[in-house]
Write a protein that binds this ligand. Sequence first.
Ligand code: A2P
Length: 317
Amino acid sequence: MKTLKFTDGAEMPILGLGTWKSAPGEVYQAVKEALKVGYRHIDCAPIYGNEKEVGRALTEAFDEGIVRREEVWITSKLWNNAHAPKAVQPALEQTLKDLQLDYLDLFLIHWPVAQKEESVLPESPSDFLSLEDRPIQKTWEAMENLVDLKLVRHIGVSNFSIPKLEQLLQAARIKPAMNQIELHPYLQQPQMLDFCKKNNIFLTGYSPLGSSDRPEGLKAENEPVLLQDEKVAQIAAQKEASPAQVLISWAIHRGTAVIPKSVNPARIQQNLEAANVVLTPQDMAALESLDKARRYVDGTLWTMDGSPYTLTSLWEE
Ligand code: A2P
């Protein structure tokens, strides 16, 4: 498996298992199955509501000798209601406790959006704190402290725009090593790809298959279905691969990490085998032509009337 090599020599397997939307009752089997068939990278977050089950699967896999802790790359994220500098370490410690780990390989600020401590998902505009009230730079200093304490090996961000990355790079003592964002042929973000390459920031693409299992409230009407795209299907047929495999392989060919979610054993295996699907420059060019700058996870959760956040301030595009 191809890896992304960090400056300290650590290697992150380029393909990992996503766990957003994996129900607590399903994620235990999914993680165990994934580790059995050879996944060595699991992407988690406390807001997914399933870290305890992921932790149970990890511990069992270690105890049964399926894999050793140091052979698996584990990412988790800081939720929006824990941006206060004093809340960062306790939030990480809760995640470590739930995952039954003593360190993470990568810890990300999940969104450039701050909420009050008591708010898990915002229900009214008063649940938010603006970035002036809760500056990212202060949250980042607390993230850096976790590296000093060896509780996390690397730190990064998620859903950050280029201007937000620029600001953070200027202020950071430890530079962000990763930006995890939505990436797939309908949302290719070429400028972000360029910017991150120049600044030694790796990218991980979430929702690589279009996340059609998102809750209805997060879906737009008549949204295009990535897994049913004709061109993707054509390329898949030529390779005797599935459309999902083409989408995963596309991400790997661009040098971005990718974390398809599945709780189905056959699809977990199929997605791992996507790493062997070879795309030609012609295939990549055909896929490049599909870009629609189409976000499935558009951030409207954070932009209700009266919120300090707008889609423009979030994505800065
Ligand atoms: P399931 O978990 O039942 O396999 P994303 O990674 O973009 O969030 O997409 C996840 C969605 O894609 C889930 O509905 C998941 O269903 C489905 N999925 C995962 N792998 C495949 C695959 N190989 N073929 C078709 N659908 C898949």
